[in-house]
Design a protein around this ligand. Structure first.
Ligand code: BYC
Length: 328
C-alpha cells in the first residue's frame, strides 16, 4: 500500500497543494495497480482527464441512442423491434452510470448536460453518420459495438475505481449488442441478393467511421501517453484499432462480404492485417461539428431535453414533498 503520505496529500489537496512527493506517491499507487477511489488524493490533471473522458463517453451513449432509435418504428419484425428497444434502453442506462461515475469527481450532471446541449462537449464521431437502411442497424451492432467492446474491456481495469466498475456491466451489455448486430448481418447475408447487397452497402459506409472511433493515430494522440502512465488507458489508439481489424476481417469473410479497403492484406510475418490510410480530414471535420448529422443530433437532443422539462420538475416536486413528509 502506498497510501502513506497520501493522507497528508489529501489534506494538502484540500489546501490546494500538489507537491512532487504527492505526485510520486500517487504514481506508486498506480504502478502497484491500486484502485484510486473518489475520496482519495489525486492530481488535478488526473481528475480533469477522467472528467473529460468519462463525460465524453456518457454523451456518446446518450447521442448514440439516436441513429438506432430512428429504426425502432421500422424494425422488420416484432422480435427485432423488442431487441432493438432493449439495446437502446441499455445505452440510456450506460449514459446514466457514466454520468454518475463522473459526478464522483466533483462535476455536476447539470454542467455536463449543459455542455453537451450547447455543443461544447465532444461525443464519439461515429454517431454523426446517418442510418439509411435496416442493414445499418446490423452494421452498428457488429462494428460500432464491436469497436466499443475492444476499447472498453481494458477500461474495466482503469485505475479509477468508479469508472472501472461501471465498465464491467457496460461491457457485458455491449457484448449482447454486438451479437445482435452480427445476427442481423448473418440474416441479411443468408437472405436474397438484395438483402446481401444492403449488408455490403452498410459495411461500406460504416467501416471507416468505425476505425475512426479509436481516435487519432498514436503520434497525434495528445492524451495517450499520460493516460497510459496513469493506467486510465491500457492500450494505445492504434493498438486497439489493430486488434479490432484483426478480429473483424475474419467475421466479414464468414459473412461473405468485403471491407471497402483495397490495401487490406494479411501479413503472415506480423500475424496482423495491414490496412489503408484513414481519411483524417473527414475525422477532424466530424469532430469539429461538421459531419453529416452533427447538427441534427444536437437539435434532437435539445428538443428531447426541453420536452422533458416537466418530468424533471414533477420529479423534483415529488422529492421535495417526500422530504417534507419525512421531516414532519
Ligand atoms: N470522436 O488524445 P486522444 C459507444 C478526441 S460509446 C470524437 O487520443 P483520448 C456506443 C478526444 O476526445 C463510444 N472525438 O484522446 C454507444 C480528444 O479531444 P479533447 C465512445 C474524439 O481521450 C452507444 C482528441 O480527440 N467511447 O461505444 O486519450 C451505442 C485527441 O484524442 C474521438 C468512449 O468514449 C472520436 N472518435 O482517446 C454503441 C470510450 N477520438 O478531449 C456504442 C472512452 C478522439 O482533447 N474513451 N477524440 O478535446 C476513450 O477510450 C478515449 O477517450 C478515446 C480517445 C480512445 C476515444
Amino acid at each position: 500500500m502506498y497510501t502513506q503520505g497520501l493522507d497528508q496529500a489529501g489534506k494538502d489537496q484540500e489546501a490546494g497543494a500538489e507537491t512532487p512527493e504527492h505526485l510520486e506517491a500517487f504514481q506508486k499507487r498506480i504502478d502497484a495497480e491500486e484502485k484510486i477511489e473518489a475520496k482519495d488524493w489525486m492530481p488535478e490533471a488526473y481528475r480533469r482527464t477522467l472528467v473529460r473522458q468519462i463525460s465524453q463517453h456518457a454523451h456518446s451513449e446518450i447521442i448514440g441512442m439516436q441513429p438506432e432509435g430512428n429504426w425502432l418504428t421500422r424494425a422488420p419484425s416484432l422480435k427485432r423491434k423488442v431487441i432493438l428497444l432493449a439495446k437502446v434502453q441499455d445505452e440510456a442506462g450506460h449514459g446514466l452510470y457514466l454520468y454518475s461515475a463522473a459526478e464522483t469527481l466533483g462535476v455536476s450532471r447539470g454542467q455536463m448536460v449543459a455542455d453537451l446541449l450547447s455543443g461544447k462537449a465532444k461525443y464519439s464521431s461515429i454517431f454523426n453518420y446517418p442510418t439509411l437502411t435496416w442493414a445499418d442497424i446490423g452494421a452498428i451492432g457488429w462494428l460500432v459495438d464491436g469497436a466499443a467492446i475492444m476499447n472498453q474491456i481494458p477500461l474495466c481495469r482503469c485505475s479509477y475505481g468508479p469508472y472501472a466498475r461501471a465498465m464491467v456491466r457496460v461491457c457485458k451489455e455491449e457484448s449482447f449488442h454486438q451479437r445482435q448486430g452480427f445476427d442481423i448481418m448473418v440474416s441479411l447475408c443468408r437472405g436474397t441478393a438484395e438483402q446481401k447487397a444492403m449488408a455490403q452497402d452498410a459495411l461500406n459506409r460504416w467501416w471507416w467511421p468505425s476505425l475512426m472511433m479509436f481516435g487519432p493515430n498514436d503520434a497525434n494522440s495528445k492524451h495517450s501517453a499520460q493516460s497510459m502512465a496513469w493506467k486510465i488507458k491500457r492500450f494505445s489508439n492504434d493498438e486497439l484499432r489493430q486488434k479490432f481489424v484483426d478480429a473483424t476481417v475474419p467475421q466479414a469473410d464468414f459473412l461473405g462480404i468485403t471491407m471497402p479497403d483495397d490495401a487490406l492484406v494479411f501479413d503472415k510475418d506480423s500475424g496482423h492485417y495491414s490496412f489503408g490510410e484513414i481519411d483524417w480530414q473527414e475525422f477532424m471535420d466530424v469532430v469539429a461539428g461538421n459531419g453529416p448529422c452533427n447538427r441534427q443530433r444536437l437539435e434532437k437532443r435539445n428538443k428531447a431535453h426541453n420536452d422533458g422539462a416537466w418530468v424533471r420538475e414533477a420529479a423534483q416536486a415529488y422529492a421535495e414533498k417526500q422530504a417534507a413528509c419525512a421531516a414532519a
